[in-house]
Each structure stands twice: as structure tokens, then as C-alpha cells.
Design a binder for this molecule. Sequence first.
Ligand SMILES: C[S@@+](CC[C@H](N)C(=O)[O-])C[C@H]1O[C@@H](n2cnc3c(N)ncnc32)[C@H](O)[C@@H]1O
Length: 355
Amino acid sequence: MAQAAIDEARMGEFMGRMAGYMTGGAICFGVWLGDELGLYRALAEGAKTAEELAKATGCHARLVREWADGQAAAGLVEPDPAAATYRLSAEGAAALADDNSPVFVARGMNAFLSVSIDHEKIAAAFRGNGALSWGDHHPCLFNGTEWFFRTGYRAFLPNDWLPALDGVDAKLRAGASVADVGCGHGASAVVIATAYPSSTVVGFDFHPASIDTARKRAADAGVSDRVSFELADAKGYPGSYDLICFFDCLHDMGDPVGIAAYAREHLNPDGTVLLVEPFAIDDKSTNLATNPMSALFYTVSSAICTPNSLSQEVGLGLGAQAGEGRLREVFEQAGFSRFRRAAETPMNLILEARA
Ligand SMILES: C[S@@+](CC[C@H](N)C(=O)[O-])C[C@H]1O[C@@H](n2cnc3c(N)ncnc32)[C@H](O)[C@@H]1O
């Protein structure tokens, strides 16, 4: 095959980009270590030498120093060469040490770690029929997904997204019934139950281990009186609801049209579907060129979301970058007459569907 001549400047730029991605992958792992081992939490209590940090966390001092230098080079911790200490800024502590902060991201790294652990299964799906079911991934994925999305749900769901829906906030305040379909570890269901104590929330998921964890999360949050979790497929849950939610999961499912139609049949009169999906721009070229999240979402979609969809009935394989236009088609095919974008963040599209 004839090779085009290599342009040295473009080659340099390409390799610079590769160095950034390699660093990013390594630092994601370093962030996972920092959270897992309690290194960030110990640093958030005050500047420490590597030896002090190792002692506070029960870790090996030489390895901790190497990790801390990597974190310093990445700009995540601040070194003080004179005192040989490392410290976390207030911003670093919020993002990496405080799992109640609205910007905590550290534990979400579990999701990125999971694809490395599952690399053989994912490669087999690529070489085979494309299918890999959610529950066949390493548990790191389930934890990582919870923590990756929970921060946004806590920050935006009660304050922005639910009030942006037509009449839903008032209904929830008065006491409404909510289904959270594909609820995973229940992060969104717990946020809704906490914000709206007069409402009742049922989370449904087809993954038994996630339902077990979701029940624990509700008990820990003290909201088990008004939120429950049941094992059910997205086309097999009982009951009817004022609000049916799909948080970052519809595109993972095999039959989004059938699932949306099932939701329509299970809405109370004048009910609402809340669809939260990864942010994407409808025009693919624009999405690829200007959506800073698209590289991450497409890559994760190829390894997790789309294989799960392909493992299920219909196997539509919508993908995590379907975008509003494609999702509108899904809801129109499912018989909904109204569909609109209610809100958005750099991470998510918040869409409202009414029968
Ligand atoms: C990306 S996770 C999102 C979980 C949760 N909504 C969140 O935002 O943290 C997708 C979830 O959809 C669930 N799921 C996938 N297909 C399903 C189906 N057909 N029926 C019910 N749940 C399903 C998976 O078990 C998983 O918990």
C-alpha cells in the first residue's frame, strides 16, 4: 500500500495528542488509587510528606512518593519542594476527596478501570456478535457508573432538571408516584426521594446486584420509607406513575422504542417521561469536532452501552451519542405526541416526553 509522505509538523502534533491520551489514561488510574487508598482524603486534612501520607493511609512510603510526584506533575496535588510535602487545594479536595461535594469525580474512575479489566470480553464482543450484557462486566463498572453520574444528579436533578419539566415539580411536592427505570445503584432515585419527601419512588433494574446495592443506598440515606427497588426488565415492571425516568440508560437497552411504548402505557393521565441521555449534537461532524465529551462517550459506548443493547431483544444499538433528533424519533415511534429538550449540561441532554 502506498504511504502518503509524513508531514513532520503534523506528526509532532499527532504524537503530542497521543502523549496527552496516554497520560490521561495513567492519571485516571492514579486518581482511582488515590480514592481507593484514601490518599486524597488524608491530604485533604493537611499537607503531608510522602512518609506522613503513607503512615496516615497504611501504605508503602516509597510507592506513595512516586504516586504523589505523578499527581504533582499532573497538577492535581501541589508540591512544596522546600518542605517536601504535598497538599490538596480546596478545589482538588472538592473534586477528589469529598464524596458529598457537587463536583466529586474521583470514584467515577472505577468505570474506566472496568473496561481494562474486561478487555478480553470486550474484544470478544468486537470479534463476535457485538453483544456483552451489563451484568457480565466487572463490578467496578457498576460502582464507577454510580459515582460518575451521581454528582450531576445531586447537583442538577432537584434544582434544575425536574423544575424544567412542565408541572412536574409541583406534582412531586404535593406527592406523586415515580418510576426510575434502569436505576442502577439508585443514585437518582435516592436524590428524588430526598428532595420530595411526599412522593414515592420505585427503582427498577434487571441487574440483581445493582438492586441489592440500591436498597443499601436508600437505607444509608434514610429514605427507605419512600423509595424501593425491584428487579424488573424495562418492559416488565408493574404499576402506573406520574413520572417515569430513564437516567443515562435508554440507549443501553435493546429495544428503546418498545421500552418507551411500555412507559407510555404505564403513565398516569397527564404523566411525564424524563429522559436523561449523554449530551450529543445531532449533526455528527459537528458533534465529533465540537463536543468535548464525544470522544469519551463514543469510546465508552463501543465497549459498554452498545454491546449491552446488542445483547438484548431487538438490539437497536442506539449508542451513547444518539442525540436529541434520533431520540425524538424513538419517542414518536413509541406513540408520544410531545417531545422537547427541557435542559442540558455539558454532560447530559434532559428531554421531556408526554403522551
Ligand atoms: C449506564 S447504567 C445507568 C444506571 C443508572 N440509571 C445511573 O444513572 O446511574 C444502565 C443501567 O441500565 C440497566 N439496564 C440495561 N438494560 C436493561 C433492561 N433491559 N431492563 C432494565 N434495566 C436495564 C443496567 O443494569 C444498568 O444499571
